[in-house]
Design a protein around this ligand. Structure first.
Ligand SMILES: [Zn+2]
Length: 301
């Protein structure tokens, strides 16, 4: 099934639910960054969480950045997800592998370690809204739910999953169910949702059993006046980097440094952290940047 996001509501608008299937974009990230099994699970869960969080933003162009900074061997995760359905991300140490945890699952919590979750919501103008919480388990789903409850005061149940085998990612995605302010004081409703979501035996087994997002939401909220919005949104791994941006970044280094690169390396190579794309700037490109810098300084001087 294609990567997609669907939105739903229940309990007369008191409940908001969003589901994502991110199998292909997680496999795309795995190949781009040559991710190990545990790194694929960690980045895949964080990308799904980012897309779920971005889906509640209203303004076109809105994005959410999710940074997981732990003291474990993975060395951090950074994800940038947009309301437009695009996502990109990377981890500090893509090749680390750990033995399975006590439940026999990929040990994402062990790879992440203890630390913090930073979230920045950027609606495209003015100051972005940012907030930080301590990691609960490093398993990502718990951590993001804890963030949504404590920093955004929205009771939220979240399930995220990535299944990666020898041939790559065969199932990935997640589900976010939130109780909106009009119903947030309804403790019985919040408790019912939490117990139902935690009773889901993970998300990937449902996808692997052939369930669609619609069916999963129906199983979960079908008796609560569920409305599934008909438009599903396509999701994909996409990075907005370009050769022009790389040149812009090189220019900031200044004339002396650029001169050095021409003499010592006959050019410069830059790799985009987010998507792994490699850019080559020749000595001619660097020489042109120096000319630009000189022109600018003579105009401003
Ligand atoms: Zn890029």
């Amino acid at each position: 099934m294609a990567d997609q996001l669907i939105r739903a509501a229940a309990a007369e608008g008191g409940i908001r639910a969003v589901g994502v299937i991110t199998t292909r974009l997680t496999e795309d990230a795995r190949q781009r960054h040559k991710l190990s099994y545990v790194a694929t699970a960690a980045l895949g869960r964080t990308m799904a969480a980012g897309l779920l969080m971005a889906s509640s933003m209203k303004r076109v162009g809105s994005r959410v950045n999710v940074r997981v900074k732990g003291d474990g061997p993975l060395g951090g995760i950074l994800v940038d997800a947009g309301l437009d359905g695009t996502v990109r991300g990377y981890v500090g140490n893509p090749s680390i592998e750990l033995p399975p945890n006590a439940k026999g699952k990929l040990d994402v919590g062990g790879a992440v370690g203890d630390g913090y979750l930073y979230v920045v919501r950027d609606i495209g103008y003015g100051y972005p809204y940012s907030s930080t919480v301590e990691l609960v388990s490093g398993e990502i789903g718990d951590d993001v739910a804890h963030y949504l409850m404590n920093s955004e005061q929205t009771p939220s149940a979240l399930v995220l999953g990535v299944f990666v085998g020898a041939g790559g990612v065969t199932a990935a995605g997640g589900l976010l169910v939130q109780v909106l302010p009009k119903a947030a004081r309804d403790e019985a409703l919040v408790a019912t949702l939490e117990s139902r979501v935690s009773a889901l035996s993970g998300f990937t087994p449902l996808l692997q059993a052939g369930k669609t997002l619609t069916e999963i939401l129906n199983d979960l909220l079908g008796d609560m006046g569920l409305t599934i919005f008909p438009e599903s949104q396509m999701l994909r791994f996409h990075c907005g980097c370009s050769f022009d941006r790389v040149l812009g970044a090189l220019k900031i280094l200044g004339e002396a440094e650029l001169q050095d690169m021409i003499i010592q390396d006959d050019g410069a190579e830059a790799t985009c952290d987010f998507c792994g794309r490699v850019y080559q700037a020749s000595s001619d490109h660097l020489a042109q940047l120096i000319v630009d810098l000189q022109t600018e300084s003579s105009i401003s001087g």
